[in-house]
Design a protein around this ligand. Structure first.
Ligand code: NDP
Ligand code: HSE
Length: 439
């Protein structure tokens, strides 16, 4: 058969990993694809930049037109990142008759409908296994392996950078800034790491998973989103004392009515306290893991390296093999993602979702403070499960002390409304800190 002719758009962390696999393992890949995967062109921004892979001469260009106008190129791999330039490039590539493989979760989460419509209009295919979970084949699992199920919930560690930071802060006491700098050096973080640490990247990935699992086009502002940038060492330590680990989770739950038609979907990205022995609490460093619960299969768990050069390249090249065999084209046509596929699922406000909570207040060490706090919680229907108050250090009795409260289950909205009352008390110093507890 004719080789599959490939252009790489971007040759940074991920692109150079893809080039490595294509150039160093041609026989293995050809055997799996049934034909050769041939790298014809690489578009970059800076021609003279050193690359972590030895490239044959003549492949590099800074001109996307050399791909758009080359009828021999079958597929373009978009691993540039960012949204504006990449969106236009992808639309142009599809219009010029190229299939597209992308790792760009921001682009899919923000412009999925537009680019998938363009793909369908031009008779081209878009494959995006690398956009969620790095090397974990979660897109394939949801699209194929679990296709018989109605997915009922997803719960995942979807950002390698944040998990790397939290692991460093909790296990080696490294500072937030040092852990983030190391994640950047290791190629885990986005070009703008704010997207990682404020939870946005996890929200992008959750929106993509929700599209496949529930057929719902979730606007990003419908995902309540908190990140890791304001997690303090103190809370990691208090969580440990209580038997919990703090992880940044992306979660989606579907409430199915008795008629089993449609349902209500709630989603959030948040630091969550997990019991030390919970499977997701064991996921360390840049690893990701995703629990998927289906109505027929029950609980399933997917685990692997969620960021970095070669894990992500592994997912990109899997998509190239699927394109070479024709599997990706069939999946793209059948799933009709980012189109109105009428599953009648509506979004449920996260404020209505019940949870237990960890709450830390910094309070004056004075008589009656605990009673005052307990009174406000009781008045708002929030029941206390346990309380810890550490003594102020000797000689510093005037200093604020941490009051740690674990609550019983309450609707998220009632709990957060109660925090406003608590934060207004004279005896409470500074804003309260709270995290859902994922029992
Ligand atoms: P890098 O910043 O390492 O690489 C980006 C590449 O795109 C560089 O080669 C750069 O060229 C090129 N580029 C940027 N702008 C242009 C432009 N205007 N024209 C032509 N080329 C351009 O990014 P990553 O490899 O880390 O990420 C790429 C994508 O993969 C992103 O969407 C990211 O979210 C996603 N992703 C990343 C993962 C990771 O672990 N890093 C994991 C999963 C997904 P030059 O080298 O010349 O500067
Ligand atoms: N910046 C992302 C992460 C890359 O840290 O998870 C993988 O999508």
């Amino acid at each position: 058969m004719e080789p599959l002719h490939i252009a790489l758009i971007g040759c940074g962390t991920v692109g150079s990993g893809v080039a490595k696999l294509l150039l160093e393992h041609p026989d293995r890949l050809a055997a799996r694809a049934g034909r050769a995967l041939t790298l014809k062109r690489i578009v970059v921004k800076h021609l003279d930049k050193p690359r972590p892979v030895t490239l044959p001469p003549g492949l590099l260009t800074t001109d996307l037109r050399q791909v758009l106008d080359d009828p021999r190129i079958d597929v373009a791999v978009e691993v540039v990142g960012g949204v504006d330039w990449a969106r236009q490039a992808m639309l142009d590539l599809l219009a010029s008759g190229k299939d597209v493989v992308t790792a760009n979760k921001a682009l899919l989460a923000m412009h999925g409908s537009e680019v998938f419509d363009a793909g369908r209009r031009h008779g081209q295919t878009i494959a995006f296994e690398a956009s969620v979970g790095g090397g974990i084949p979660i897109i394939g699992a949801l699209s194929h392996g679990l296709a018989a199920n109605q997915i009922l919930s997803l719960q995942g560690i979807l950002n390698g950078t944040c998990n790397f930071i939290l692991t460093g802060m909790s296990e080696t006491g490294s500072s937030y800034a040092d852990a983030l700098a190391l994640a950047q050096k290791l190629g885990y973080a986005e070009a703008d790491p704010t997207l990682d640490v404020d939870g946005t990247d996890s929200a992008h990935k959750l929106a993509i998973l929700a599209q496949i699992a529930f057929g719902v086009n979730v606007p990003l502002d419908a995902i309540l989103c908190r990140g890791v940038s304001d997690i303090q060492q103190d809370d990691i330590r208090y969580a440990k004392e209580l038997g919990y680990t703090i992880k940044l989770l992306a979660e989606a739950w579907l409430d199915v009515p008795p008629s089993k038609k449609g349902g209500q979907l709630a989603l959030h990205v948040s630091p969550v306290m997990l019991r030390h022995l919970a499977p997701l609490a064991q996921v360390r460093d840049a690893y990701n893991a995703i629990f998927v619960h289906g109505d027929a299969v029950g609980s399933t768990l997917y685990y692997g390296r969620g960021a970095g050069q070669m894990p992500t390249a592994s997912a990109v090249v899997a998509d190239l093999i699927d394109l070479a065999t024709g599997r990706a084209q069939r999946t793209f046509q059948t799933l009709r993602l980012w189109s109105d596929n009428g599953r009648n699922i509506t979004l449920r406000p996260t404020s209505t979702v019940p949870s237990r909570f960890y709450l830390r207040l910094m309070v004056g060490d004075r008589p009656g403070v605990l009673a005052e706090v307990a009174h406000i919680l009781a008045e708002n229907g929030i029941s206390i499960a346990s309380v810890i108050q550490h003594e102020a250090p000797e000689g510093a009795e005037e200093q604020a002390v941490p009051l740690i409260i674990m609550t019983h289950t309450a609707p998220t909205g009632s709990f957060t409304a109660t925090l406003e009352h608590l934060d207004g008390l004279d005896s409470v110093m500074g804003p309260s800190v709270y995290y859902p507890v994922g029992d």
